[in-house]
Write a protein that binds this ligand. Structure first.
Ligand code: SF4
Length: 412
């Protein structure tokens, strides 16, 4: 084995905020994908350079607008995440200009984690070097599977050569934290198929792995195809089998399970994503991006044209956060011990909850006691940690907890 077996890992201790940039283009649209993005195969890529410049101008206009919100202006930021879409379609020089705009407008720590995610076809050695030179210090690449049949079924653009080269390029690049995404549970996939993907990845010195079970999001082409009968649903028994086995397999390789789908070497937990799970504020920019200033959430239009026509204040949805549902949906995704003090801290900041604080805490304890009695987790030392069983039924467990805290009659 290359690494000592790990069982536990330190969470991120930062209480600072993050910045998310949503890049709106992909080469083509994967059938399972629910993120907002436009496939270049549908709109034609011939004027892509001018589209990139338009996107950049709109993004900087939105930054100018949102950075005037006192709640965002006063924050200190220690993470920036270029997601999307396929952010690796951006030239490094454009990434540099956007970073320079962010630094000019907001208080960003000099040692901020700056991630760019993208796809294998873009991560050449030269491109990775250029990204390093403009300040990117973390890379995440969607790989999903090496199996061309599954990739083709899902309409995922893939170039076999770039898939073969990716891990070597990541291993040799000067960027200090690199990782990949895998997906499991494709129709027709076996455990051996998945193991072949995993073993290929584990042969390289990666610091982070995101390993998702294939899901059917209702508004996707995949969901429509299943309804029509032209595609088949994911392999659920295989998904459960893999989900149960993965933490141990990866612990043997030095990766700790820290969020439902995320595994990290010590010191490489994704600082940016941790902000969502730890319920910290974050600024979201770009079409389809979400943001949270600590009290209000907003969602930008999932439409490039609508967003770019008026990026200065085009949020179609802006609403006060729900300090039970929103908080639990984020906080209870992590697999490390979940601090009950963090819940109290969020609730104590809500004026409307002040009088009910003790009662809500009691209901929370009742709910967690109930989950523990059912073998779903362990409550100790001021924290709660899911058991493997609890994680397997995470959505229904969180739903139950929300019901109990919202309505004490639900405790049975
Ligand atoms: S490349 Fe990524 S963002 Fe683009 S459609 Fe596929 S999964 Fe979605």
């Amino acid at each position: 084995m290359r690494f000592p077996k790990v069982q536990q890992i330190q969470p991120v201790s930062s209480t600072k905020s993050g910045i998310y940039i949503h890049f709106p283009y992909c080469l083509q649209k994967c059938h399972y994908c629910d993120f907002y993005s436009v496939g270049l195969d549908e709109i034609g890529g011939s004027d892509f350079d001018s589209r990139l410049l338009e996107f950049e101008a709109s993004l900087l206009a939105e930054l100018n607008h949102r950075s005037r919100d006192g709640a965002f202006l006063e924050q200190r930021y220690d993470s920036i995440y270029f997601g999307g879409g396929t952010s690796s379609l951006m030239p490094a020089e454009m990434v540099r200009r956007i970073l320079s705009g962010l630094h000019a407008s907001l208080n960003i720590d000099p040692d901020a984690e700056i991630t760019l995610e993208g796809n294998p076809e873009n991560f050449s050695a030269d491109y990775l070097l250029s990204l390093h030179q403009v300040g990117i210090n973390r890379i995440n690449s969607g790989l999903q599977t090496y199996n061309s049949r599954f990739l083709k079924d899902m309409n995922r653009y893939h170039n076999t050569d770039s898939y073969a080269r990716l891990l070597q390029s990541l291993a040799e690049c000067p960027i200090p934290s690199v990782g990949v995404d895998l997906i499991y549970g494709f129709h027709g996939q076996s455990f051996e198929d998945f193991s072949a993907d995993l073993n290929r990845v584990l042969a390289y010195p990666l610091q982070h792995l995101s390993i998702y079970s294939l899901t059917v999001e209702p508004e996707t082409r995949y969901a429509r195809n299943i309804r029509r009968g032209s595609q088949q649903a994911p392999e659920e028994p295989l998904q459960e089998h893999i989900f149960r086995r993965l933490p141990d397999i990866l612990a043997q390789q030095g990766f700790a399970h820290y969020e439902i789908s995320n595994y990290s070497q010590e010191g490489h937990v994704c600082r940016h994503n941790w902000k969502y799970w730890d319920y910290r504020p974050y600024l979201g920019l770009g079409p389809g991006a979400h943001g949270f200033n600590g009290a209000f959430r907003y969602a930008n239009p999932r439409n490039l044209v609508t967003w770019s026509q008026n990026p200065q204040g085009t949020a179609v949805e802006s609403e006060r956060h729900d300090p039970i549902i929103d908080l639990f949906l984020n906080l209870f995704r992590i697999t490390l011990p979940i601090s009950l003090e963090r819940i109290r801290e969020v609730w104590a900041g809500e004026e409307a909850l002040c009088d009910a604080l003790d009662e809500m805490q009691q209901r929370l304890m009742d709910g967690l006691d109930l989950l523990e009695a059912k073998g779903m987790g362990t409550l100790q030392y001021g924290s709660f940690q899911w058991s493997p069983e609890g994680l397997l039924f995470l959505d229904s467990n969180i739903e139950k907890l929300v019901q109990i805290v919202s309505d004490p009659q639900m405790v049975r």
